[in-house]
Each structure stands twice: as C-alpha cells, then as structure tokens.
Design a binder for this molecule. Structure first.
Ligand code: ZN
Length: 264
C-alpha cells in the first residue's frame, strides 16, 4: 500500500506546508501508474502551519482523488486540516501521541472520517494491563483504529518483534472480535485495493525504488541522508553511493513496514 511522502529530503519536514514545490511533487507522483492510497506520513503542528494555502491545496487534492492524509500532528493542526475540508479522510498518526482517550473520543465523534493509528501509544497499557479508558475507547470505536509499526529507523526494526508482542498483549485483553478489527480488519476495509488493481501489474521494486522521490525521504531526527530511512550511523550507504542505491537497500523494509502496519 503506497502513500506519497511529501518530502524530498529531511529539511522538507519543517517547511513542506509552505512550499508550493511540494504540491508539484505530489502531482508528479500521482501521475505515475501506482495505486496510491494517501499522502503522508507528514508532520505539521499548530493551526498556523496547517492552515496555509499550500496545505489547503493538498487537502483539496486528497479529497478530490479519494486519498487518505496520514498526519503526524497536534490537535490544533488536526482542526486546521478539517477546516480546509471536513470531508478529508485522515489517519491520525499516533492518535496525537499524548491526547487522552476522552479527547480522542470527541475528535472521533466530530469527524467521522478520522482514524486513529496507535504506534507509540504506550499509554494504552499500564504494567501490561489494558488501561480501562482505552478499553472503553477501542471497544466503542472499534472501527476507527489501526495499528502501525512505525519502523522509521533501524532501531524500530530491531525491536519489531517486541513492538508487535506489545500490541498482541493488549489485543488479547479485548473481546476477540474487537481485537480483530483493530489488528487488521479495519486496515483491510479502509485501505482496500483499488478496483483496477493497478498495483498488482507493477513489479514490486518499481513502487518504491524507481525514483528516489517522496516515498523514502527520511524523517528521522538522527538522519542527514536523503531518501534512506536509515540513520547515517547505521546506513551502509557510502559517500559515493547514489540515493537510488540507498532506496534499493531499504525498499523491502519500506514495503513491509506499510503492509505490516495494518495487517499483522
Ligand atoms: Zn510519526
């Protein structure tokens, strides 16, 4: 499942929402024969940054094309995204990180097109026990959450089994049909393949590796390499390697990250 990353390099993470070139980049990516499902994950914080005309253009494009927006954002930015168009379909990365369950419920009530993604939500449990407020939230809104691995740096890949075990630990404390919804059924339903099934006609490498634009731009704070997804200290990319070879090195991981995010 492919989303368009609206970054060309690490610096774009902090400026994409005011940069008209990003819209052109997204349009260029959309022109490729790929079954795109969304735009993101992108980062934006505060009403001002999320409220720019550049962001509105991207939201409008997403609505028009039926694309999801995968937003790593705070509540003010989320509000601003919906102000651009309340029909926007938004996957809220990390469900706002620290936003408490009762406020998440309010957001889900106000915006039926909002889906919460649960990576980094360590507050779902306390000492391994499912938090009662989260139990109530996940049960009541069982069709509104998905699980992500967020393997954005190697350290997350090395802990992949541990992260999934953590999810399985609290999923097992929910009624099994609710757990199934959150673990994979919502992902299957929300991100069902397009009817033309274009993706199946493409060789896998083409989807992530053909041009090093957007898809693999790294947003790791520790990373100064473009297009890699690998912290420089762990990257095998030499100074003479091209961005493409770096993408090639990470393409399998990237595809797995997205697929596994919603189907484990
Ligand atoms: Zn994130």
């Amino acid at each position: 499942m492919a989303f368009i990353r609206p970054y060309r390099n690490h610096a774009d993470r902090g400026t994409w929402f005011r940069d008209p070139a990003i819209y052109a980049l997204i349009e260029q990516e959309l022109s490729r024969d790929i079954d795109w499902r969304g735009i993101g994950e992108f980062h934006v914080f505060g009403a001002e940054d999320a409220g720019t005309p550049e962001v509105k253009r991207i939201v409008d494009l997403a609505v028009k094309r039926g694309l999801w927006l995968h937003a790593h954002c705070d509540e003010a930015a989320l509000e601003a995204l919906y102000r651009h168009d309340p029909r926007a379909r938004i996957v809220w990365a990390h469900t706002g990180f620290g936003v408490p369950p009762e406020r998440i419920a309010q957001w889900l009530d106000r915006h039926p097109t909002l889906v919460g993604e649960l990576s980094y939500r360590y507050d779902v449990t306390s000492d391994g026990k499912l938090d009662p407020a989260w139990r109530a939230l996940l049960t009541r809104y069982r069709d509104r959450f998905v699980l992500g691995s967020d393997t954005w740096i190697n350290e997350r890949w090395s802990r992949y089994g541990e992260i999934m075990a953590l999810y399985r630990g609290w999923l097992a404390q929910l009624p099994s049909d609710v757990a199934d919804d959150v673990a994979y059924r919502n992902g299957e339903r929300l991100f069902a393949p397009g009817s033309d099934n274009r993706r199946n006609r493409l060789p896998q490498w083409l989807i992530w590796g053909s041009t090093p634009i957007a898809s693999n731009a790294c947003h790791a704070d520790a990373c100064t390499a473009e297009y890699t997804g690998l912290p420089r200290s762990r990257s095998r990319m030499s100074s003479t390697s091209s961005a493409r070879s770096c993408v090639q090195a990470t393409k399998t991981a990237s595809v797995s990250a997205v697929v596994v995010s919603f189907t484990f």
